[in-house]
Design a protein around this ligand. Structure first.
Ligand SMILES: Nc1ncnc2c1ncn2[C@@H]1O[C@H](COP(=O)(O)OP(=O)(O)OP(=O)(O)O)[C@@H](O)[C@H]1O
Ligand SMILES: [Mg+2]
Length: 461
């Protein structure tokens, strides 16, 4: 039933008209049965009157029961409408005396009460009829007999009365439902007017205008407007952050690109082959620095909080760390660094995106190899603490001053005077984003014996 979701008016109309309709139908059933009772009460009284009038005219003459039917009594009935009237007088043992001999018998269930006036519904010659019965004792000095008088009439006028009462009640209900529907339609239109003016105001806004909505709105939608305002505030903050980041990234890229251009120009103006080769090697360094920065920017974009859903596959952290550390060994050998791994034999299973974990560890090992002097020791350690997977990269290099340990997680933040001048300050922010996407975090501590750096990353399992 899709249509109900589309319009508030239709939904409300449905939920108002349907229950009202059901209640009205039940009420009309009740009206019909009350009308039937009332009509029977009124018409049965006349039926009884006619039967009693006939009963009074029953006499016994020379041992014979005689009836002089007062036709005026039957006229009381026929005068009302198009109804037809029948009567029957019978004596003891149901012996027919006069009237219509084939009128229906008293139903079995009522026979025991036949000394009181009775009424029942039946059919006669295919017509529905209502029958009234009275029993009467007639006595003469020599004989006493019980006679039964039945007066029946067709039910046209009763039905007409019931139908009239029913129709007028149904009309009232229809007017009520129709009126309720109309009031709902108009009232809702009235109630929704503030929303229409809000819609116009929002349509007129420029896409950059993320100021909160201050329109007066109905109480019922004020929470919705509040939520939209909060969303706009968050959107504004995230757009600001994005703009700052883009400006920063452009600025950071401009420096090595300007260097590349300058070095290329120097190389072009140079004639000494030795100088040319020196400038070209600078050019290569600047190019690789730019290329690393572009890669780091892409990584950061991939792990940013709004970069979509994180994959949550289970994998063994020890396994991933072993593979990644192995892959970094050639670089460590090149820089004369002793790169080692301590991982427990039982698997440390965590949920997440394996490739992001590899990226995280690569950044940490890359930092340790880049900032530690030759012959330093770098250890990758995996452990299982309090049902959490823990990854640590420990080195005995220069360390990070306590004052900088939080700042190094800010984008483009670098410690002045660091050994490696090719970094761009995005490695640790990438590490923290990846950790947080997996419900964990990254912190920097001092290395063993307060020497070097220990980067500790905790993941929820
Ligand atoms: N193991 C470490 N030992 C000493 N200093 C470190 C270590 N790791 C990081 N740092 C310091 O923290 C700073 C930030 O590191 P980060 O990895 O975020 O950026 P980066 O290495 O400069 O650039 P990149 O984006 O290429 O990784 C570095 O400039 C460096 O000074
Ligand atoms: Mg780095």
């Amino acid at each position: 039933m899709k249509w109900r979701n589309k319009s508030l008016r239709r939904r409300l109309a449905f939920w108002l008209i349907l229950p009202l309709g059901v209640i009205s139908a039940l009420m009309l059933l009740e009206v019909r049965s009350s009308a039937q009772k009332a009509a029977n009460l009124a018409y049965d009284r006349v039926l009884l009157g006619s039967a009693l009038a006939i009963a009074e005219r029953v006499v016994i003459e020379s041992n014979e029961v005689l009836v002089d039917v007062p036709y005026v009594a039957l006229e009381m009935l026929t005068s009302a409408a198009q109804d037809r009237v029948f009567y029957q007088v019978s004596g003891p043992e149901n012996k027919f005396i006069t009237g219509y001999s084939d009128l229906p018998e008293i139903p079995q269930r009522l026979r025991s009460k036949s000394d009181q006036p009775l009424f029942f519904d039946d059919t006669y010659k295919g017509m529905p009829i209502r029958v009234g019965v009275v029993s009467h004792y007639v006595t003469s000095p020599r004989l006493s007999a019980r006679v039964t008088i039945k007066v029946a009439e067709t039910v046209e006028s009763r039905t007409a009365l019931i139908n009239e009462i029913f129709a007028s009640a149904a009309l009232r209900q229809a007017v009520l439902i129709g009126g309720a529907g109309l009031i709902l339609w108009i009232g809702l239109g009235w109630g929704l007017r503030p929303l229409a003016s809000l819609e116009q105001a929002l349509n007129r806004r420029s896409p950059r205008d993320l100021r909160p909505i201050l329109h007066e709105v109905p109480y019922e939608v004020s929470n919705l407007v509040g939520a939209i305002n909060q969303l706009m505030a968050r959107l504004g903050a995230s757009i600001d952050a994005m703009q700052r980041f883009t400006a920063n990234a452009a600025h950071q890229l401009r420096t090595p690109l300007a260097a590349i251009q300058a070095q290329a120009e120097v190389a072009l103006g140079e004639t000494d082959p030795e100088q040319i080769s020196k400038t070209l090697s600078h050019l290569r360094d600047s190019t690789s620095q730019t290329s690393r920065m572009v890669n780091q920017l892409l990584s950061l974009a991939r792990v940013a909080p709004d970069a979509g859903q994180t994959i949550a596959d289970p994998f063994d952290l020890s396994d991933v760390c072993t593979q990644t550390t192995k892959a970094m060994v050639p670089l460590a050998i090149e820089r004369d660094i002793d790169l080692g791994l301590e991982a427990p034999a039982p698997p440390v299973t965590i949920q997440g995106d394996k490739t992001l974990f590899e990226e995280l560890l690569r950044n940490l090992i890359h930092n340790a190899i880049s900032y530690c002097p030759a012959h330093s020791q770098v250890t990758v350690r995996v452990s299982n603490e309090n049902a959490q997977g823990v990854l640590e990269v420990v080195d005995n290099g220069p360390g990070i001053p306590a004052a900088d340990r939080e700042h190094v997680f800010e984008r483009f933040y670098r410690i002045t005077g660091s050994a490696n001048t090719n970094g761009c300050g995005l490695g640790l922010p990438i590490v923290r984003e990846i950790a947080r996407r997996h419900g964990g975090d990254a912190v920097i501590l001092a290395g063993a014996n307060n020497v070097g750096t220990r980067v500790r990353v905790v993941f929820s399992q």
